[in-house]
Design a protein around this ligand. Structure first.
Ligand SMILES: *Cc1c(COP(=O)(O)O)cnc(C)c1O
Length: 436
């Protein structure tokens, strides 16, 4: 199946109980055992089946399968939020005393997770601010358990030439984790560039309507755990009857290597409990059905908006990697190499753009206060247009230096262009800028 068809049918044939065409919402906490032996077999992993919704749910399984297929992975675990996905992905690999490497160009919540919260649990992050892959190589030590980057960093939009980073990771026997939230697998597939694991905030473009929080971890099945020094995968897991994940799920059900996804589900999800609710899984599935219609529309609208903004006298700068006028040549070429192209062979890079209004923080605030159709809130990837001022909201806990390192200036407005008629959005912006 092609991406567009997967978006509609992936993971679901029909409901064998009632012949329901839509995916049923299995709103249940637990599942009956046929008898004591059945229950015992399920717990011992001798038989597949449902036990308790924290570990798995039939509605959520459809979502997991659909996301797995879209990313071209071997297995997927859905969780309650994007932050839970990142947290579990790291905790499945690293523990106290270990290190990870991360780009500084990451989502604000991810930055604080790495620089503060995980640090308090003994996991140290070495941040790399350069886009030069060699800087990632220099940060690798014998304690490094993974490299973490975003495929389209939110909000700096600095595209990394990360196939080179993937090669470095491969040589060092450490996995590369890519947060693919902003492009979605419709515009960009990390597997094609050497990634080993994908994490998602499904809250954004995947769900697509600003209704639901959700996250996912996709095992791309491309990492050779056995030749790594990642003990959580290669040594007996005493939390699971001494199971060695790298061995037990090496080619599970002929799907290829899904050891990482099972580690996340059987240890992290079981013990830390950030499970997705079946109702939320259903809402994300509804959103994904139109992913292939929304992403080109978001990208097209963003191109038109970027072209308009760059010519406006009150705008000091515009950052959108989808057109030459609003990015540098290198980034534009990377956008063409890494992202899906439209019918004019121009890259489609989502509806996320950033710009600065002359006059800094005050002008930014004034602009936000005077838009009418455009919503002022902290989210992105909604079908409706959204404007955010990160310095006073999403990134407000960061110090001035950290703001600089994350590529967030005081005047930066992050804009998530919706799928409205772009002329209405431009008119709204035009009216608001008149008041600045
Ligand atoms: C929003 C976001 C997250 C966090 O996702 P939640 O679902 O809000 O927890 C992680 N990464 C990126 C790139 C995001 O935009």
């Amino acid at each position: 199946m092609k991406q567009e068809t997967i978006a509609l049918h992936g993971g679901y044939d029909f409901d064998k109980e009632a012949n329901a065409c839509a995916v049923p919402i299995y709103q249940t906490a637990a599942y009956l055992f046929r008898d004591a032996e059945h229950g015992a077999n399920l717990f011992a992993l001798k038989e597949e089946g449902n036990i308790y919704t924290r570990l798995g749910n039939p509605t959520t399984s459809v979502l997991e399968e659909r996301v797995r297929m879209l990313e071209g992975g071997t297995a997927c675990v859905a969780v309650a939020t994007g932050q839970a996905a990142t947290t579990y992905a790291i905790m499945a690999l690293a523990s106290s005393g270990d290190e990870i490497i991360s780009s500084t160009n990451v989502y604000g919540g991810t930055y604080s997770l790495f620089s503060h919260t995980l640090k308090n649990y003994g996991i140290t992050t070495r941040f790399v601010s350069s886009t030069d892959p060699r800087e990632y190589k220099k940060s690798i030590t014998e304690k490094t358990k993974c490299i973490f980057i975003e495929s389209l960093p939110n909000p700096s939009l600095t595209i990394l030439d990360y196939k080179e980073i993937a090669k470095i990771a491969e040589e060092a026997h450490i996995p590369l984790i890519v947060d693919n939230t902003v492009p979605t697998p419709y515009l960009h597939k990390p597997k094609d560039y050497g990634a080993h694991i994908v994490v998602h905030s499904l809250t954004k473009y995947m769900a697509g309507h600003g209704t639901t929080l959700a996250g996912a971890i996709v095992d791309l099945g491309t990492f050779d755990w056995k030749s790594s020094n990642i003990k959580s995968m290669t040594e007996p897991d005493m939390g699971y009857h001494g199971l060695v994940f790298a061995d037990a799920f090496e080619n599970y059900k002929d799907m290829g290597n899904s050891a990482f996804a099972y580690k996340v589900r059987l240890d992290l999800l079981r013990d830390m409990g950030g499970a997705l609710s079946p109702m939320s899984a259903f809402l994300v599935l509804m959103g994904i059905e139109t992913l292939h219609l929304r992403m080109p529309c978001h990208s097209n609208n963003a191109k038109k908006l970027a072209s308009y903004l760059i010519k406006h006298p009150k705008i000091s700068w515009v950052n959108y990697p989808g057109i030459k006028e609003t990015t540098d040549e290198n980034t534009y070429n990377l956008a063409k190499e890494y992202f899906k192209l439209d019918e004019n062979s121009e890259p489609m890079v989502s509806g996320l753009l950033a710009f600065g209004i002359k006059g800094g923080r005050q002008s930014g605030a004034k602009f936000i206060d005077n838009v009418s159709i455009i919503r002022s809130l902290v989210n992105l990837g909604d079908a409706k247009s959204i404007a955010t001022h990160p310095a006073s909201t999403t990134h407000s806990q960061l110090t001035e230096e950290e703001l600089k390192m994350s590529g967030v200036g005081e005047d930066l407005i992050r804009f998530s262009v919706g799928i409205e008629n772009i002329d209405d959005i431009i008119e709204d912006i035009d009216n608001s800028l008149k008041k600045v």
